[in-house]
Ligand binder design. Structure first.
Ligand code: UDP
Length: 316
């Protein structure tokens, strides 16, 4: 008997890679998305697969899914700063009401549920690198608060269902991730820099570029998530790549990779933009036996080759 997994946010960047992985592992995949930030093109190659079903649904509303269900991967949410600035209420609702609906479904179906939490629960961190015992430094009423607090509520609600209803739950705190199928216009640093290079535009670094991030290639992340789901560990686990870089150096790496002759231009730093971010992955190493394998140089090349194939850059 094949196991069945519900993947929410299935048409998004991470969701679509999870669909591929679970199909490859021999699961039946129920994919759900309301397509406000996701795109069907990310999963259209799976539509003819006998083990793949797609449900166009907003999980902030009651989720009805007939049939057996063994696992839920909850990846539905706007996830880039410009998206959650544009749709702040939906961001809050999917993290809170959506998570509650899915936990109810998990309880009802006796399914194990993994939630996509985030390094944003640490806010602009005062501890470096960030380990899972750090409680964070979040501004609830700032522009990022709608995402950060929704995700913090999501963790609290998930832990409550685990404690009071004995639902099997897993909490992944995902750090910056990149790879093919990122949305070109999602406003994040990597798609912004690569699309600027491809269009011959200036490379926009916010602030003085001294803020840091640590970028994980999507295949590494998916491996970590899969291992976490299959583990018996209910407390939060950081999944990310500890290789940290300033945004200015990151922009320069992309300039070198793409061979663009464009220059960096400096723009104002967005409000509450975290100054530094690096996952402490000691827990993931010891509990999951996992660590990232793909070096940034290699991952960036794969991602750039994907962006180059997009219709926007192949008009003639
Ligand atoms: N950033 C930038 N130029 C851009 C887009 C983003 O300098 O065109 C910066 C942004 O201010 C942040 C970092 O790059 O400091 C990573 O931003 P991203 O939106 O990719 O992720 P997050 O801030 O959520 O980690």
């Amino acid at each position: 008997m094949k196991k069945r997994v519900l993947i929410t946010g299935a048409a998004g960047f991470l969701g679509s890679h999870l669909c591929d992985r679970f199909i490859r592992e021999g699961f039946q995949v129920a994919a759900m998305d309301n397509l406000i930030t996701g795109s069907k093109t990310n999963i259209e190659h799976l539509f003819q697969h006998p083990d793949f079903e797609f449900f166009h649904h907003d999980i902030s509303k009651f989720v009805h899914l007939p049939g057996e269900l063994h696992y839920i991967m909850h990846f539905a949410s706007p996830a880039s700063p410009i998206d959650y600035l544009k749709i702040p209420i939906q961001t809050l609702k999917v993290g809170s009401l959506g998570t509650h609906n899915l936990l109810g479904l998990a309880l009802n179906k006796k399914a194990r549920m993994l939630i996509a939490s985030t390094s944003e629960v640490y806010g602009d961190p005062l501890v470096h690198p960030q380990n899972e015992d750090y409680w964070g430094n979040v501004n609830p009423v700032g522009p990022r608060g709608v995402y950060d607090e929704a995700k913090r509520f999501q963790e609290a609600m998930t832990m409550a269902y685990h404690t009071y209803h004995q639902v099997e739950t897993r909490i992944a705190r995902i750090f910056n991730t990149y790879g093919p199928r990122m949305r070109l216009d999602d406003g994040r640093a990597l798609p912004a820099f690569m699309s600027q290079a491809l269009r011959g535009e200036d490379i926009t670094v916010f602030g003085d570029g001294s803020q840091t991030r640590s970028f994980c290639f999507v295949d590494d992340l998916v491996e970590g998530l899969f291992r976490l789901l299959m583990s018996d560990y209910a407390s939060p686990v950081n999944i990310g790549n500890p290789s940290e870089i300033t945004i200015k150096d990151f922009a320069e790496e992309i300039i070198a990779l793409t061979g663009t002759d464009q220059k960096i231009v400096y723009m104002p730093l967005p409000t509450d933009d975290p100054k530094q971010r690096q996952p402490d992955i000691t827990r993931a190493r010891s509990i999951l036996g996992w660590e990232p394998k793909v070096a940034r140089q290699e991952g960036l090349k794969i991602t750039y080759n994907y962006f180059k194939t997009l219709p926007e850059f192949n008009k003639n």
